[in-house]
Write a protein that binds this ligand. Structure first.
Ligand code: SF4
Length: 275
């Protein structure tokens, strides 16, 4: 019989791993495609047409998704990340999937990456389905300036609408992570300051915002930044397949970015990351 101290210790380690998000995460692909196009993305509608010839969004059958979840659980996965939300205002698919997960009592946690802002119906169903300690919804304002957001995002939302959504996540006690970036084309130093102020306001007002990630975007092949760099004022050496191949191979020791940021913006980035 196992010593109870060891069992307790293992539980503690597991719970710390959950908290620090170190548990292995299963990336649950429930579909492919996107009906809009963000400036940086090679998964948007234009890029998908170029790369895979895909003209429309496809969802996997719910029964197939459930089978994948069962199999992943049988291999020890507990945390599932869904990064597929092509219709942020029409969540019928997830409103069918989540009740099936509840019916089967599948022991899983979920991190849901929203492409826009989640509807109330999704928020309620999500909370009902994943009542554990490591579930969360990830929102991507990317920048504090609405104007810059409108230029770059396919599903740009207003800051007020984001705040209203964060109110709902607070109300339903759903942990939320936000992601931001710095150094996108047409972003000024004042915009970066705006992003910092916006992040501080959010941290102050919404306790369910558990993490604010600050990431740097790279140029993805087939994205508008890559295909039409002049339109975005972007200078890049990444033009063809071999450029991306070498860039990816050298990344470990090379610069963190794709060479689109000037020193002024880099210092702005450091300012944000230091929050
Ligand atoms: S919403 Fe934007 S970032 Fe997300 S998949 Fe569509 S184009 Fe890419």
């Amino acid at each position: 019989m196992e010593c109870s101290f060891l069992v307790q210790e293992r539980k503690l380690v597991r719970s710390l791993a959950r908290e620090s998000m170190e548990l292995p995460v299963f990336h649950l692909a429930v579909g492919r495609g996107c009906p809009v196009q963000c400036a940086w993305c090679s998964g948007g509608i234009l890029a998908q047409r170029t790369i895979s010839g895909r003209k429309e969004v496809i969802f996997r059958k719910i029964d197939d998704v459930l089978q994948i979840i069962r199999e992943a659980i049988s291999h020890g996965y507990e945390v599932f990340q869904i990064c597929f939300d092509p219709y942020p205002q029409r969540h019928e698919y997830f409103l069918k999937l989540f009740p099936r997960i509840r019916e089967e009592k599948l022991p899983m946690e979920c991190r849901f990456e929203a492409f826009g802002l989640p509807t109330i119906a999704l928020i309620k169903s999500f909370k009902e389905t994943f009542p554990g300690s490591t579930f969360c919804i990830i929102l991507k304002p990317d920048v504090g300036s609405e104007q810059v957001r409108r230029i770059h995002q396919g599903y740009a939302f207003a800051n007020q609408t984001l705040m209203a959504c964060l109110e709902q996540l607070n109300r339903f006690r759903i942990p939320c992570h936000l992601t931001f970036t710095t150094g996108v084309p047409f972003e000024t130093e004042e915009d970066i300051s705006k992003t910092i102020r916006f992040q501080k306001e959010i941290q102050h007002r919404y306790p369910m915002v558990k993490k604010i990630h600050h990431v740097t975007f790279e140029i993805e092949p087939g994205s508008p930044w890559h295909l039409y760099p002049e339109a975005y004022g972007v200078q890049t050496s990444l033009k063809n397949f071999m450029d991306f191949y070498h860039h990816s191979s050298e990344r470990k020791d090379g610069p963190p970015l794709s060479g689109i940021l000037d020193s002024q913006l880099l210092s702005g980035g450091r300012k944000c990351q230091g929050l």
